[in-house]
Design a protein around this ligand. Structure first.
Ligand code: PLP
Ligand code: COI
Length: 388
């Protein structure tokens, strides 16, 4: 879904609902320049403001009814100083992990304008994730309105440096103090911002550990939802991979323990010597990644055959060994596009292409995506959304 003019107008209308509460401790321009340009890490510094909206279900005595039947409403749209939030120690999110989140970025172009990349896909995915976690859906215009309102308020926080951007982290948490097992009737939506450099500190293709002990998702599970539990479960396998000298973990499907799915926070692509590219199909267990979708469309634009298919790890390793796979890369909002130079697990350790050089297709896709986001490559699909 691309944003049509009606949705665009509704989003701009929704911006007006957000009451702005001034931050008396907001950074001065000088402090800000130091923070945004000095940041070389991911997600450690936060902008002066955050957006907030509150959901309350309609009062009911029948606690077995689903939220869809009970109904409820979002209110209290505000942009407030970034700061600690107060929730009850009994809030459902702290016990049962009922939460979902999104990841987007605001980009500053050479002319000073600020843009979002396909934010309507974040809106629909937030609601798809929310549905799986029995959280209420947030109207698309309120989601987009919150991004526009808070990014505008924090426009000075978008780094000038074209290799950096302002990461946007919208999220929904079940804040109702309730220890019984049912969907929470009180939910808070926040959107926080963080000036970021690249997610991975690599200067050349990275090594990836293929986990055969841990799985991130199962049929009928929550793998396709962007929910904290998936990421919490990936921390231990990631630590084990780091201790072996690898940068990230690639997960296989839990049912067959064979098919490549995705990395803990990125999608996977393999480039073949005959020119075609493969990526795992959306099987209901992996995230419908916005970067993945965009890469698929760009490859098609480039006349490159892209197969969204089942990729068995056994065949993939054989194809790497025989030289049929010449490049592999991972992609995502935080990571953009980065090359994979090695895949290893308990029973294989294979090098892909030249370990010191980013492959041609990977480099070309990286440049196209970043170029579209930064306005230096024509946005023929109308993916970019101007905030100001
Ligand atoms: N896969 C997972 C598990 C992720 O967490 C992410 C990051 O958001 C991605 C893939 C890439 O998705 P997107 O391109 O929408 O950021
Ligand atoms: C993103 O790319 O937006 C993500 O959420 C990935 C996360 C691991 C930082």
């Amino acid at each position: 879904m691309e944003l049509n003019s009606k949705e665009y107008t509704e989003a701009l209308e929704a911006v007006k609902k957000f009451k702005i509460v001034q931050n008396e401790d907001a950074k001065t321009s000088a402090q800000l320049a130091e923070v945004t340009e000095g940041t070389n890490s991911f997600g450690t510094v936060f902008a002066d403001y955050m957006a907030h909206i509150k959901f309350k279900a309609n009062p009911t005595d029948d606690t077995h009814l689903g939220l869809d039947e009970i109904g409820g409403s979002w209110s209290g749209h505000e942009v407030v100083p970034f700061g600690n939030i107060s929730i009850s120690p009994a809030a459902a999110v702290l016990h049962y992990g009922q939460e979902v989140f999104e990841g987007a970025k605001a980009y500053k172009r050479a002319d000073g304008s600020i843009w979002l990349f396909r934010p309507e896909l974040n809106a629909t995915r937030l609601n798809a994730s929310a549905s799986r976690l029995a959280l209420p859906s947030l109207p698309v215009e309120d989601f987009l309105g919150s991004l526009i309102a808070v990014v505008k308020q924090c426009n000075q926080w978008v780094p000038d440096d074209r290799s950096k951007s302002l990461y946007i982290r919208p999220f929904l948490i079940a804040s109702e103090p309730f220890l019984g097992m049912r969907a929470a009737h009180e939910v808070d939506y926040y959107c926080i911002l963080s000036p970021v450099a690249s997610y991975l500190k690599a200067t050349k293709p990275v090594g990836i550990w293929v986990s055969k002990d841990y799985y991130r998702s199962a049929p009928g599970g929550t793998g396709a939802a962007k929910t904290g539990g998936n990421y919490a479960a990936s921390l231990k396998p990631a630590e084990l991979a780091y201790s072996k000298g690898f940068s990230q973990v690639l997960y296989l499907d839990a049912a067959n323990k064979e098919n490549v799915e995705e990395l803990g926070g990125m999608s996977f692509f393999a480039v073949y010597s005959d020119g075609h590219v493969e990526t795992p199909s959306l099987n209901g267990q992996i995230l419908d990644s916005i970067t993945r979708r965009s890469v698929v469309e760009l490859l098609k634009d480039n006349g490159i055959q892209i197969d969204e298919t089942t990729i068995g790890i056994t065949k993939l390793v054989e194809d790497i060994k025989s030289g049929k796979v010449v490049e592999a890369f991972a992609c995502g909002t935080a990571a953009v596009v980065f090359p994979i130079g090695r895949l290893a697990s308990d029973d294989f350790n294979v090098q892909i292409g030249n370990p010191d050089v980013t492959g041609e297709v990977t480099m070309s896709i990286y440049k196209q995506i970043l170029g579209i986001q930064m306005g230096t490559v024509p946005d023929t699909h109308n993916w970019c959304f101007k905030v100001m």
